[in-house]
Design a protein around this ligand. Structure first.
Ligand code: ATP
Length: 605
C-alpha cells in the first residue's frame, strides 16, 4: 500500500512541472513560442530524411542492375536535391534551437534571480538569524536557476521525442509489433535506475547544504580582503585551508558513493538497449535474405529502430529530468513561500507627515524567535517630537533590540508601540521605515561612489547634489570627500577598480551623512561616534541636536559625556528600564547612571 502511495506521490510531483512551465513562460514568452515551432521541425524532419534515403537506396540498387544508367541516375538526382534541402532545414533548426535554448536559459536565470532577490529583501529579518534559512537559500541559489532552464529543455526534449516516437511506431508496426515492445522494455531498467539516482542526489544535496556552506565560509575567510590582515598576523591561513579541504573531502566521499552505484546501473541499462538492436538486425537480415524486404527497407528499419531507441531514451530521460529538476525546484518554492511574521495590515493606516504626539512603548516585552530568554521586559518609554532621547546601559541589555522593534524588523511579544497614538502594526512596515532613519552599529559599507553611499538614505532625492553635500557637511564628511580623487564620484572600498579605502571613522561619517540625508521624522544613531575623533564627535552631536529640533532623535551611546545634553536619558539593565530623567536628575539619584558616569569621568582626571 505504501509503495502505491509513494508511486502516486512521485507521479504527482512529476506532473507538477506546470508551475515551472509557468515560470518559464513568464520569463520569456516570445522565446517559448519560437522554441515550440522549432520543436516540431526537429521532431519530424529526421523521418523525412530516412524516407528519402530509403528511396535513394532503392533507386540506386535498381539502377545498378538496370542497363539504361542515365535515366535511373536522373531520377535519383531529384531525390538527392530533396535530401540536400532537408539536411539544410535540419541543420538550420538544430542551430536555431541551440541559439534559442541558450538565450532562453539566460532569461530564465535572470527571472529566477529576480524572484529570489525579491523574496530575500522582503523576508523577515529573523530568517537571517536562522541557519535553516541559509541552507534553503544556499541550495536554492545553487540549483534553481540552472534547474529551471533544464526543465525547459526537458519539456522540449520530451515533446520532440514523442513526436518522433509516433513516427517511429508507424514504421516499426509495418515490420512487427514485437519491436515496439522490445524498444520499450529494454529502456525501463535504465529509467528506473536514473529515477533512483535523481532522488539520491537531491537528498544528498539538501543534506550537504550546511557542510557546503561551511566550506564556502572557509573559502571566503581565505580569499576575502577583510580577513587578509588577521590571517597573516595570527597565521590562521593554513588551519583554514585544512578545514576547507577536510569539508570538501567529506562532500566528495559522500557523492562518490552515489556516483559509483549510478555507474553500474547505467551500464546495465545501456547494454540491454544495444542487445535489442542486434536482435532486430538478425530479424531484418533474415527477411532481406528471403527477399521479403528491399535493401532500402533494410536500411530504413534498422536506422528507424536506432532512431527510435535514441528518441525513447530522450523521452524517458526528459521525464526523469522533469522529476529530478522538479525535486530540486521544490526548494525554490519552499523558499518563495516562506511566511512573514511581520505583516502589513490589509488596510494600512497612513503615517502623518510630522510626528505629533510622538512614540510610546507601552509595557513592551520581547524575546528573539531563536532566543532562550526575554531580552526586553515591560518597557515603557516615550519619544516626543523635538526631543533628544538617550538610551544607555551595559552591553547586551537590549538597547539595539528596542530600535529594531521601533522599525518593525520584529514585533513585540507583549505590549504595544504607538506612533501618534496608533499601534505600529496598523501601518505598512515599508512606509513606517520610510519615516525612520537609523545608523546601526554594523552599518553597511557600499563599495560604490560616495554620492551613492549618501543618497541611499533616500533614493527619491538621489540626484539632488546640494542635498548630498549638505548631509556630508552635517556629518563632517565633506572635508575629506573634497580630497578624494573624484570627490563625490569616487568609488569607495577596494573591491573595484580605482576604489579608495576609507578609515573606519571616515566610513562612520559617511553612514551618518546617509542618515542625515533621509527626510525622516525620527532619527536614531546607535553608537554612532565610536570611531570618531573628539572634535568630529562634538560636531556630530551638535548637528544631531539641531536635527532634533523639528523631529525626534534617539541616541544610544556608551560615552556618557555625549548624552549629557539629552532631554531624557533611559538607563537599561538586564532588559528593563531602571532609571530615567535628565543628566542632573540621574546624578542626584546616585544609581547605576551616576556610578557609570563617575567611572568614566575618573579616566579624564
Ligand atoms: N538576533 C538575535 N537572536 C537572538 N538573540 C539576540 C539577537 N540579537 C541580540 N540578541 C540578544 O539580545 C540581547 C540584547 O542585545 P542588544 O543588541 O539589543 O544589546 P545592546 O544593549 O544593544 O548591546 P550593545 O551595547 O553591546 O550594543 C543580547 O543578550 C543578545 O545576545
Amino acid at each position: 500500500m505504501q509503495t502505491v502511495r509513494a508511486s502516486i506521490a512521485k507521479i504527482q510531483r512529476l506532473l507538477s512541472w506546470g508551475r515551472v512551465l509557468r515560470l518559464v513562460w513568464q520569463s520569456s514568452p516570445q522565446w517559448t513560442v519560437a522554441r515550440t515551432v522549432l520543436l516540431f521541425m526537429q521532431g519530424l524532419m529526421p523521418l523525412l530524411w530516412f524516407y528519402i534515403v530509403k528511396l535513394i537506396v532503392d533507386a540506386t540498387a535498381a539502377g545498378v542492375q538496370a542497363t539504361n544508367t542515365d535515366v535511373t541516375f536522373n531520377s535519383v538526382l531529384g531525390l538527392l536535391g530533396m535530401l540536400g534541402l532537408v539536411v539544410v532545414i535540419m541543420d538550420l533548426s538544430d542551430s536555431a534551437s541551440e541559439f534559442v535554448d541558450e538565450s532562453q536559459a539566460l532569461l530564465v536565470t535572470n527571472h529566477i534571480f529576480a524572484r529570489l532577490h525579491g523574496k530575500a529583501i522582503s523576508a523577515d529579518l529573523e530568517y537571517y538569524e536562522n541557519p535553516e534559512y541559509y541552507d534553503t537559500l544556499h541550495h536554492t541559489q545553487k540549483e534553481a536557476p540552472a534547474r529551471t532552464a533544464l526543465v525547459l529543455k526537458d519539456c522540449v526534449d520530451l515533446c520532440r521525442g514523442l513526436i518522433s516516437l509516433l513516427a517511429v511506431a508507424g514504421v516499426l508496426l509495418s515490420l512487427h509489433w514485437m519491436f515496439i515492445v522490445l524498444l520499450v522494455v529494454t529502456k525501463v531498467p535504465e529509467v528506473l535506475a536514473h529515477l533512483k539516482y535523481a532522488r539520491e542526489v537531491y537528498r544528498l544535496g539538501r543534506q550537504q547544504a550546511s557542510t557546503e556552506r561551511k566550506a564556502n565560509y572557509f573559502n571566503w575567510l581565505l580569499t576575502d580582503g577583510w580577513h587578509a590582515k588577521e590571517n597573516r598576523l595570527f597565521a590562521l591561513g593554513e588551519g583554514f585551508m585544512q578545514r576547507f579541504q577536510d569539508l570538501r573531502q567529506q562532500l566528495f566521499r559522500e557523492r562518490l558513493a552515489i556516483l559509483l552505484k549510478n555507474f553500474i546501473r547505467k551500464f546495465l541499462g545501456k547494454v540491454s538497449g544495444n542487445l535489442a538492436g542486434v536482435a532486430l538486425l538478425v530479424y531484418v537480415t533474415d527477411r532481406a535474405f528471403q527477399g521479403e524486404i528491399t535493401i532500402g527497407d533494410y536500411f530504413l528499419f534498422y536506422w528507424v529502430f536506432r532512431w527510435g531507441t535514441a528518441n525513447l531514451q530522450l523521452v524517458l530521460r526528459s521525464l526523469v529530468g522533469l522529476y529530478e529538476n522538479n525535486l530540486f525546484l521544490s526548494s525554490l518554492y519552499e523558499f518563495l513561500a516562506l511566511p512573514s511574521r511581520v505583516k502589513a495590515p490589509l488596510e494600512p493606516r497612513a503615517i502623518a507627515r510630522s510626528l505629533q504626539t510622538g512614540i510610546e512603548f507601552e509595557q513592551v516585552s520581547f524575546q528573539y524567535p531563536t532566543g532562550t530568554r526575554q531580552c526586553l521586559e515591560e518597557i515603557t518609554l516615550s519619544i516626543r517630537p523635538g526631543e533628544l532621547v538617550a538610551l544607555v546601559g551595559e552591553n547586551g541589555v537590549g538597547k539595539t533590540t528596542l530600535i529594531k522593534l521601533l522599525c518593525r524588523l520584529y514585533d513585540p511579544t507583549a505590549g504595544r508601540i504607538t506612533w501618534n497614538g496608533i499601534n505600529l502594526r496598523e501601518f505598512d512596515p515599508t512606509e513606517l521605515r520610510q519615516a525612520i532613519s537609523v545608523v546601526f552599529q554594523d552599518y553597511a559599507h557600499y563599495d560604490l561612489t560616495v554620492r551613492e553611499n549618501i543618497a541611499f538614505g533616500k533614493l527619491a532625492f538621489a540626484d539632488d547634489t546640494d542635498r548630498v553635500v549638505q548631509a556630508a557637511k552635517s556629518s563632517g564628511a565633506h572635508a575629506f570627500i573634497q580630497n578624494l580623487p573624484q570627490q563625490y564620484e569616487t568609488v569607495l572600498g577596494k573591491r573595484f577598480d580605482e576604489g579608495e579605502e576609507l578609515s573606519i571613522g571616515q566610513w562612520q561619517k559617511i553612514a551618518i551623512a546617509r542618515a542625515f540625508f533621509r527626510d525622516a521624522q525620527v532619527i536614531v544613531l546607535d553608537e554612532p561616534t565610536s570611531a570618531l575623533d573628539a572634535k568630529a564627535e562634538a560636531e556630530v552631536f551638535e548637528q544631531f541636536r539641531r536635527l532634533a529640533d523639528d523631529r525626534a532623535a534617539v541616541m544610544i551611546s556608551h560615552r556618557l559625556s555625549s548624552v549629557k545634553k539629552a532631554d531624557r536619558i533611559y538607563v537599561f539593565d538586564q532588559g528593563r528600564i531602571v532609571e530615567q530623567g535628565r543628566h542632573d536628575e540621574l546624578i542626584q539619584q546616585q544609581g547605576i547612571y551616576a556610578r557609570m558616569f563617575e567611572m568614566q569621568a575618573q579616566h579624564y582626571r
